[in-house]
Design a protein. Structure first.
Lengths: 288, 335, 288
């Protein structure tokens, strides 16, 4: 008997209120300390998996069936308040857009410290020390000054560092990183990515890393799930996927990614014919 | 930068006040009929009229009269009330505290009721609770303060007489006021019976004034809250483990309050404008009640003084709102 | 993240919208019919005093006299008959005052919003000055200056409330004037005034109509307020306001004299404002 996975998603279905499916029978696991990438084009539903786990699905979207187990405990059984507390205890989120993910009228320090005090029950001095320490570890030069700043006084990259620090603050055992570099400049993207990997390795936190970029997948993850229109097309170790992609769609995604290591290699968008064929296949499946 | 915009505001303010002065002044004097004749009881002699005309300077040309009056105003001399035979500024200032206390009380009630309804509506957005609150606030909003006042008089003054329907304080109370701020002075001197009596007299007029504004605050603040509640930082707070109510109160309220504030400022001036008739309705001894008496008695200097004071009050409130908007918004404060 | 709209919402709105139009319309329709037919519908002469019948309670209380359904006031005048005749004055004032206010205020708003420059500066400054007056005090003052009577009341309402139209219509005109269709009309050779009347006016018309309805309700109230301070038509004429004033004075002896006109005012004001909102939704091309 293996120890329980950090996160275990079984046959998860999410749909719009009018019944249109967003996630179809998604199953995946994340082992403690492991990084699993969720990759797919926009609209593939990859972000929705993380949101379903954290209980922040947008209004109008509902989990229709399936189970989510966090450290072996089914979240489905919990009442909303207990579920919220449980998730906050175990998991954290690095959001996509650092420009909108910080409250514009509150100081940075309060935004990191408040959850520690109010949710995790820390004493204020301890929480403050923790915040300073983490701001330090995300390579922010003057943490004391940043604590006193308002979000608009920081650059996008700085804000993403703050958000990463905040995500790691309460020592979560699972972090959902929802395309954390998409909204940033290319140069900053690499720094942020390196930072997340660095902290992840130091702390041994498991990460569910949502991205559309196969290049990022290769750099950060050990496992990868490839999604298309809410369905997992391929689920395998990252190395295996890059060595010998099983599914035509995965091959197409890899081919569509420009490579920094080999800039000469040509890249091409995912062919429309393939997308049409796969959509048709999915539609057939629904009818059955 | 901030200083310059304040200076610009003060300048337009002065222009507006000057305009108000011109309008009142001309309005009263272009009225058909001799203003002096309007002041005097019927059957006054020619001599009386001539004497008064000279006394109030009405024998001079209109612009000349205006300059004389404005010169006096700039030196703090607003003239003498014809009916009450006292300096206008003293009369007006003696009534101002009553109106201020009433208006502020109404504002507080409106913010509490409207804010509460907005938070409740946002908390249960998309549910029948929200629809119910929307319908209720829509109906409350379209009924003006005057009608609410009448309804309260009928309900709580007569059919179920729990509140007094006239005056500002129980006349039987023995208390020597040094100021005219009954609530504040009662509180400071520890006379809770005085405070209670004043508040109970104030409750119905204040509620009448507050209800329409409360409905407006409820609608606008709820709309703003709902817009804020789909922002990423509120989502992040939910992930941090804060309950929906906590997210609304901690994260959303301050962001949503900023755009609401501008409206509240403008509406507060309307609310103060409403005190005129509501004070009349409840025989509340404030500025508005005095103003209507002044109009009925054709007390020109008093009318001018009161209108000018109201205008100044409105302008000051708008100025304060702009200022607090800047102070509450960190982006503007540093920018 | 945009909230996904519920697919059931539009149907619910249509049903409420109809009620919103029909309930107010039926009340106002009743008022119009009753006002037109007042001499034939009213059971008594509204001015006839009869001290033998003073302060008779309405039909549902003990001690009533047949024929005086809603009771009588302190001078023995029939409350129902006075209300029916009062509806005439209320409607007359509300329609004529609102129309004049609307035409005057909207014209200024259109001019300020479309021509800008000096037009805008002068009109906006006037609006500022006007808004610095407490409206009720202003109305009382105007009627005192012009002398009591129907025309004075109507003129006073128009002179005070034009700012409401001017402000709203100015802002909407400014928005419309920046739209592309205005440019294309101008390039097509239309003159400025023709563009204003032909292109912009139809687009701000829904707002004008909504404001007009609102103003009709407000005009009824202003008339009642002026009657209340004894400055309206003439104290003998049966207006709802004078009935309310009389009811306020006799409140401890004959509260019904206040109650019934108060109900009529409530319903009328509510009807006009709901009608305005309903019509606005009905005719606004954007909201449909």
């Amino acid at each position: 008997m293996t120890p329980p996975s950090m996160l275990d998603i079984r046959n998860l279905n999410v749909a719009l209120l009018n019944g249109r499916p967003i996630l179809r029978d998604v199953s995946l696991t994340v082992a403690p300390g492991e990084v699993r990438a969720l990759v797919g084009e926009s609209g593939a539903g990859k972000s929705m998996i993380g949101k379903a786990v954290l209980g922040i699905l947008p209004r109008g979207l509902k989990v229709t069936s399936g189970e989510i187990l966090l450290e072996g405990q089914p979240l489905h059984d919990l009442r909303p308040a207990a579920r919220r507390r449980r998730v906050a205890e175990v998991a954290a989120l690095i959001p996509q857009d650092p420009l909108t993910a910080l409250n514009p009228v509150r100081r940075i320090g309060a935004q990191i410290v408040d959850p520690l005090i109010k949710i995790h029950g820390w004493a204020r001095p301890a929480a403050q020390a923790r915040a300073l320490d983490l701001l330090h570890r995300v390579h922010i030069r003057a943490p004391e000054r940043v604590m006193q700043s308002y979000p608009h006084e920081l650059s996008g990259g700085m804000r993403q560092r703050v958000l990463i620090a905040s995500a790691f603050a309460a020592s979560p055992r699972l972090i959902v990183a929802d395309e954390p570099t998409t909204a940033l400049d290319v140069t900053v993207q690499k720094q942020i990515l390196r930072l997340i990997r660095e902290l992840q390795q130091e702390t041994g936190t498991a990460v569910l890393f949502v991205t559309h970029d196969m290049g990022v997948v290769a750099k950060i993850s050990q496992q990868v799930s490839v999604l298309f229109q809410g369905k997992v097309m391929e689920d395998a170790p990252t190395q295996a996927v890059f060595d010998a992609p099983d599914h035509a769609y995965t091959r197409a995604l890899i081919a569509a990614t420009p490579s920094y290591a080999d800039p000469e290699r040509p890249f091409s968008p995912v062919p429309q014919s393939l997308i049409a064929e796969m959509s048709a296949a999915l539609a057939m499946e629904v009818r059955r | 930068m901030l200083l310059r915009s304040i200076l610009a505001r003060l300048l337009t303010t002065a222009v507006t006040l000057f305009g108000v002065a011109v309008v009142v002044f001309t309005l009263i004097r272009v009225a058909p009929g001799n203003p002096i004749a309007m002041m005097l009881p019927p059957g006054a002699s020619e001599e009386d009229i001539a004497q008064l005309t000279a006394l109030y300077g009405f024998d001079k040309s209109l612009p000349h009269q205006f300059v004389i009056w404005l010169g006096g105003v700039l030196q703090g001399d607003f003239g003498t009330s014809i009916t009450l035979r006292q300096p206008v500024d003293q009369l007006v200032l003696s009534r101002l505290p009553a109106t201020l206390e009433l208006s502020v009380m109404a504002l507080l009630i409106a913010l509490a009721l409207g804010g509460g309804a907005a938070v409740l509506g946002a908390r249960f957005r998309g549910s029948p609770t929200e629809t119910g609150l929307d319908l209720a606030s829509g109906a409350v909003l379209s009924v003006p303060d005057f009608l609410w006042g009448l309804l309260f008089v009928l309900c709580f003054g007569v059919l179920w007489p729990v509140l007094s329907i006239s005056g500002r304080i129980d006349p039987g109370l023995e208390f020597d006021f040094t100021t005219r701020f009954y609530v504040i002075e009662g509180l400071m001197r520890g006379r809770l019976d005085v405070v209670a009596s004043t508040l109970s007299h104030m409750l119905m007029p204040a509620m009448s004034l507050a209800l329409p504004l409360a409905a407006m605050v409820a609608q606008l603040l709820k709309q703003n809250l709902k817009e804020v509640l789909v922002q990423d930082y509120t989502t992040l707070s939910r992930v941090h483990g804060f309950s929906e109510t906590a997210v609304i109160l901690r994260d959303a309220l301050r962001n949503a309050a900023l755009p609401t504030l501008t409206l509240v400022g403008v509406q507060f001036t309307f609310l103060i404008g409403g005190t005129v008739i509501v004070e009349r309705l409840f025989a509340y001894e404030g500025l508005g009640n005095m103003a209507i008496d002044a109009v009925i008695n054709r007390d020109l200097p008093l009318i001018q003084g009161i209108v000018l004071l109201f205008a100044a009050l409105f302008i000051v409130i708008n100025l304060l709102v702009d200022l607090s908007y800047t102070l509450l918004n960190p982006r503007l404060r540093h920018g | 993240m945009a909230e996904t709209s519920l697919p059931t919402a539009p149907r619910a709105r249509v049903r409420r919208l109809n009620l919103r139009l029909w309930l107010p319309l039926s009340w106002i329709g009743t008022l119009v019919v009753v006002a037109l037919a007042a001499p034939w519908v009213a059971p008594h002469d509204p001015l006839a005093q009869d001290l033998f019948f003073e302060r008779l309670p309405p039909f549902f209380l003990a001690g009533t006299e047949p024929g005086f359904w809603l009771g009588t006031d302190s001078l023995g005048r029939d409350v129902l008959s006075r209300m029916i005749h009062g509806a005439r004055i209320a409607l007359l004032v509300s329609v004529s005052a609102a129309l004049i206010t609307c035409i005057f205020g909207s014209a200024l708003g259109l001019l300020a919003g479309y021509y800008g420059g000096w037009w805008d500066r002068v009109i906006s400054r006037l609006v500022d000055i006007w808004m610095a007056f407490p409206p009720v005090l202003f109305a009382v003052l105007l009627v005192a200056v012009m002398g009591t009577g129907l025309t004075s009341v109507i003129a006073a309402i128009a002179l005070i409330d034009w700012t409401r139209f001017a402000r709203v219509i100015r802002a909407e005109t400014m928005v419309q004037a920046r739209m592309d269709y205005v440019d294309s009309a101008r390039i097509g050779g239309a003159r400025r005034l023709a563009t204003l009347v032909g292109e912009i006016l139809p687009n701000v018309l829904p707002s004008i109509i909504a404001l007009l309805m609102l103003e009709m309700g407000i005009a009824v109230i202003v008339e009642a307020i002026l009657s209340f301070v004894n400055l309206s038509i003439s104290s003998d004429d049966p207006t709802w306001g004078s009935m309310i004033a009389e009811g306020r004075n006799a409140i401890h002896f004959a509260w019904w004299v206040l109650l019934f006109p108060l109900i009529a005012l409530f319903l009328t004001v509510l009807s006009f404002s709901q009608l305005g909102e309903g019509l606005k939704q009905r005719f606004d091309p954007v909201l449909q």
